[in-house]
Ligand binder design. Sequence first.
Ligand SMILES: [Zn+2]
Length: 223
Amino acid sequence: MSDCASCGAPSEARFCPTCAALPYADVIRSCCARATSTSPLDLAQEILAHPAFPVAGQAHHPLVAAVLVTAWRNATGAEAAGPLAAAIERGDSIPGGFCAGFGADAAAIACGIAVSAIRGNTVKAEHAPGRALAHALTGQAMLQIASGTGNRCCKRSVYGVLEVATAYFASALGVALAPASGRIECPFTERNKLCNREACRYYPAGGIPAAPRRRLAAVEEVA
Ligand SMILES: [Zn+2]
């Protein structure tokens, strides 16, 4: 028995039966309100584990923006109710399919949304530095996604841009967000019919980080 990640009630599962039935925007909102982690990747993994969170689509856009604002809030102690609500609303306003049809991946845009919400950016002249900070992160995250090959994958995009954003928050904003608490391993490969499997660095049993393990096995066979 532990606490439900969404409402905090004692629960056998990670989400209590009531919260397991919530729509994704409510799950993101409640998990982020309660969270104390400074790792956007750990926060994302927790929310992605919600039983009704879809394999792909629009839900991933507010997720990225929200976990970044939440991790920043937890790392700085800042009041962030307003930025968090704005991040979720703006992220969720980017429709599913946008990434394919508009030439810009919404997971990357969601990183810029997080910085825009944190900085309170507007179109006014005094917010030019804040806009540049947001746009630079969006650009870096966009290039990270563009470097991916094979099928599109919302999980891979989320993990990738959050790694980029974690480094960016330290270097550009001076805020140290925690990395993932372990190797990022995607638990959705079996549910995702378009999974890139061994070609993805987040595939549990393959990819670049697992190469030393394969070499070790080969050594053991020889021995
Ligand atoms: Zn609950």
